[in-house]
Write a protein that binds this ligand. Structure first.
Ligand SMILES: [Ca+2]
Length: 436
């Protein structure tokens, strides 16, 4: 097998429900939908419910707490992705690829955490979590400067320049947008235009005016459409350069998102919409993300995968791909994820039966959540003061609205899940266990 290129597009706070290919009829995402038609759409891709932990899981193939990340990294904090743990970018670099990160990093801003020290040959973007959607401040050739224009457009142009310049060698490009993260606007008019004067489907939220929800949805969708328009430019370029066939294109969101669902706004560290009251959570809406992979040489177009995959699976997957193409890869490192390569090939494979996750939140509120999710059930144990444990039957209650924790009828499954969760916590070295 020839060494394939990789383009990994990671969007920021794009919910799985905010994409046409996942069934949203209001949103304008023709290029994301095209990817789904030409590749494989994952219906159950999970990751951490907030930013930095999710990115750490993608980059390191380990759970975030195993690489020194608990919550999203605030501008005042000095933590970052453990320099001792190999990254996805280092895997590609070792295999002889030219590697680039264009856009958001959010895995530490100190020198030892810098993308250029973590396997990337090229970096243009920003190290923290946020930026302005228009006229952003970016690090270009090592210098911080303000650039005129819309951020997603600027990042895409640089990505296109990188692709053109590296078309003859294998490359691994990570394009991490800041969109559609809050604030959603300003957004270019052409992207806003898809929603003007349209009544969008929004959840009913008691005590929160529908017009405000309509406005938020319009702006959130427009921000996603601006990514979509730029994705289209990249797809066109790949076609023009004849790179389509041999490029693995991953499109993914970094965490789930809610606008009004459960009366909440944002993700795992959500607040009740219109208030400052927090509701730390592990709802599917927060941990499920869009994931589409196109790889014409391997993936049958228009396929779907319903297995529960996780962001920790990327590193094992790409190590497998690189190994098959005869590249030198890391040996003997301990990873938590599973290679998705058999899934991409639609081979029969014994897959995982549960997804476990932990989230120690300390920004905005304190929470310590431990979750296990199977096909049918979800148990979330809360170790913070005043936290209420949760148990949902996802089969009869996919919206996670009826908490069955402590109910006689579910006692048996609750006990079983709690035991499985405890086993997992020991396996992955849950820091909360050590404290006790
Ligand atoms: Ca995010």
């Amino acid at each position: 097998m020839e060494r394939p290129n990789l383009i990994f597009v990671l969007t920021d706070d794009q919910a799985q429900w905010a994409l046409g290919a996942y069934g949203n009829e209001d949103i304008h995402t023709p290029n994301m939908d095209r990817l789904a038609k030409e590749g494989m759409l994952f219906t159950r891709a999970f990751t951490s419910p907030v930013c930095s932990p999710s990115r750490a899981m993608i980059m390191a193939g380990l759970y975030a707490h195993q690489v020194g990340i608990d919550d999203w990294i605030s501008p005042q904090e000095s933590e970052g992705l453990d320099p001792e743990k190999p990254t996805l970018a280092e895997a590609f670099k070792k295999a002889g690829y030219t590697t680039a990160l264009i856009g958001k990093w959010h895995l530490g801003k100190e020198e030892r955490y810098h993308p250029l020290n973590r396997g990337f040959d090229y970096f243009m973007g920003f190290l923290g979590g946020g930026n302005r959607p228009k006229d952003p401040t970016l690090i270009i050739n090592g210098k911080e400067q303000q650039v005129e224009g819309y951020l997603t457009d600027i990042l895409t142009e640089d990505a296109m320049r990188f692709i053109r310049g590296n078309r003859k060698r294998p490359f691994a490009l990570f394009l991490h947008t800041r969109a559609p993260h809050m604030p959603y606007t300003p957004v270019p008019e052409e992207d806003m235009a898809h929603y003007e004067g349209k009544k969008l489907r929004v959840p009913k939220v008691e005590g929160f005016p529908e017009e405000r929800l309509q406005k938020e949805y319009r702006e959130y969708y427009a921000s996603i459409s601006s990514i979509d328009r730029n994705l289209g430019r990249i797809l066109d370029l790949l076609e023009e350069l004849d790179l389509e066939e041999n490029t693995i294109l991953v499109f993914m969101g970094d965490n789930g998102y809610m606008i009004g669902h459960h009366g909440l706004e944002t993700k795992g560290n959500a607040w009740f919409i219109g208030t400052r009251r927090r509701r730390p959570n592990m709802f599917d809406l927060s941990i499920l993300v869009p994931l589409i992979i196109r790889w014409p040489k391997v993936i049958k177009p228009g396929t779907k995968c319903d297995e529960m995959v996780c962001s920790i699976d990327f590193l094992p997957t790409f190590l497998d791909v690189l190994k098959e193409t005869g590249c030198e890869v890391f040996e003997g490192i301990k990873l938590e994820g599973m290679s998705m390569l058999p899934l991409l090939r639609r081979e029969r494979v014994k897959w995982r039966e549960e997804i476990c996750m932990l989230y120690d939140m300390h920004h905005g509120a304190e929470a310590h959540m431990r979750m296990i999710r199977t096909d049918r059930w979800k148990l979330v144990l809360h170790y913070e003061k005043g936290g209420k444990n949760e148990l949902y039957d996802l089969k009869s209650d996919p919206g996670e609205e009826r908490n069955l924790f402590g109910e006689e009828s579910a006692a048996k499954i609750q006990k079983e899940l709690a035991e499985r969760l405890t086993r997992w916590r020991h396996e992955v070295g849950d820091p909360k266990l050590a404290q006790r």
